[in-house]
Design a protein around this ligand. Structure first.
Ligand SMILES: *Cc1c(COP(=O)(O)O)cnc(C)c1O
Length: 457
């Protein structure tokens, strides 16, 4: 398990931090397990990679055939402190030896209260805040909408193009992309609206200009006084790691405030050190009314949170928010340990360091590779958008080929984007520099090979 070295506060690892491919990918054991899985697991559950995990630590994932991969995905921005962080593992074991569950709604416990205190302090703004805990990101988003509707007495909820907010019925309605998230799963909840976001690479608009468009649509098509909430990811995740043009988010937040609309920052993917700050909202001095969090919150344990203005969260009648497992004590213990590791290792600082190192290399690749339309992101939430030469049309074929080529060489990469043409880099923040550069070498070689050999796939 990754430990913190007491001498220099650097991460220490249990597994060798190296890329080592010893079989064809996938290896024989993974192929066999894939066969069992096909007969047991619902076909609707996808897996991007055909290899099965046996162990993971720091910046590596080892599969059941003994291959050691560099992890550039962190299980979708979850294992920020490493997939087997010692402090998190110890906290989990210690709590599990005492009680694994009592249900906070029946017999409450301190760890839940302490997580709430920490989140009230860590999230942007020093106003009075309250927190409620759940199990998944989608659940946190659903509850943010519940709170906003009750507190405002209004119905309409606005989300944006390229948004991703989850897979439950309400959050599918908020999510933009139909395939695979929504296709055939409707009808969706009423009173959900979608307006344009800011996507500088494709819309060419300044932040204020893009905001004016969105605001005009909200005003004319819905009516400001009908809107309970506006929800947005400060860096759009599944939609393609889109960083809105400067000024876009503050303009939307300001308009929301002046119309008494609840502004919800969905920080499920961008939160917890990932973008070089505790929350991505901080990069533009946003103070959201409500913040939704999950993914990186608890070192891999399932936990999510909704934190925000005390007057909004306390407006809800007792018993109106909750759930059997929400704020499970083991998950809370893991979250407290995770926050501590993030502070001890200064992981927001490490994310900024990775932005310089990895971002620099991606920009160098883009300078000589016409298929890289744009390099973007914040901190260790970085991406390249792959396009066809000249036309700049999305290039999902090259994206797929690149992910497969990197996996075969020992690098786990995940793609995203409405057009399926974005490669995202989400390494654990405890990855060491050597592994980071080795993974980028693999990416660079594979990209060179694919773009040269095929004359621009
Ligand atoms: C992943 C994600 C969600 C959904 O979280 P789950 O835990 O998968 O339900 C919601 N919002 C954003 C921004 C996400 O990235």
């Amino acid at each position: 398990m990754t430990n913190v070295n007491p001498q220099d506060s650097s991460p220490q690892y249990r597994l060798p931090q190296k890329r080592d491919i010893v079989t064809a990918i996938p290896g024989p054991k993974s192929i066999e397990l894939q066969g069992r899985r096909a007969m047991a697991v619902a076909g609707g559950v996808g897996s991007t990679l055909p290899v099965y995990a046996a162990d993971a630590d720091g910046g590596v994932i080892v599969d059941i055939d003994g291959n050691s991969f560099i992890d550039f995905g962190s299980g979708i921005a979850v294992t920020t402190v490493g997939a087997s962080n010692a402090a998190v593992g110890d906290a989990v074991a210690e709590q599990a030896r005492h009680f694994i569950h009592t249900c906070f709604m029946i017999t409450p416990y301190e760890a839940y209260v302490e997580v709430a205190e920490r989140l009230n302090h860590l999230t942007p703004g020093d106003h009075q805040k309250r927190t409620v805990l759940f199990n998944s990101g989608a659940e946190a988003v659903e509850n943010a909408i519940k709170v906003a509707r009750l507190a405002t007495g209004r119905d309409a909820v606005v989300a944006f193009d390229h948004a991703y907010h989850g897979r439950t019925n309400l959050t599918m309605g908020l999510t933009a992309k139909t395939m695979p998230y929504k296709y055939g799963f409707g009808p969706f909840a009423p009173e959900l609206y979608r307006v344009p976001t800011s996507y500088p690479y494709r819309d060419g608009l300044s932040g204020p200009a893009a905001a004016a468009l969105a605001i005009s649509q909200m005003d004319k098509q819905i009516g400001a006084d009908q809107i309970a909430a506006i929800i947005i990811e400060p860096v759009m995740g599944e939609g393609g790691f889109i960083v809105p043009a400067p000024g876009f988010l503050p303009a939307i937040a300001k308009w929301a405030r002046s119309n008494e609309i609840v502004f919800i920052a969905d920080e499920v993917q961008s939160g917890f050190a990932r973008t070089g700050a505790w929350f991505a909202s901080e990069h533009e001095d946003l103070i959201p009314d409500l913040v939704t969090m999950a993914k990186g919150i608890a070192g891999g344990m399932p936990l999510s949170a909704l934190t925000g203005r005390a007057d909004l969260l306390d407006a809800v009648h007792a018993g109106g928010l909750g759930g059997t497992f929400g704020g499970n004590p083991v998950a809370c213990a893991a979250a407290l340990a995770t926050f501590k590791v993030m502070e001890e290792l200064d992981l927001p600082g490490r994310a900024r360091d990775i932005e310089v190192k990895a971002g620099g290399r991606l920009h160098a690749m883009a300078a000589v590779t016409e298929e890289i339309g744009e390099v973007r992101g914040r901190g260790a939430m970085l991406a390249i958008e792959l396009v066809h030469r000249d036309s700049k049309e999305p290039n999902p074929e090259l994206t797929k080929a690149l992910v497969a080529a990197c996996l075969a060489k020992g690098v786990v990469l995940i793609s995203c984007g409405t057009y399926g043409n974005v490669i995202r880099l989400l390494p654990p923040l405890v990855i060491n520099d050597e592994l980071l550069h080795d993974g980028l070498d693999v990416l660079e070689d594979a990209l060179n090979e694919l773009t040269a050999v095929r004359g621009g796939l």
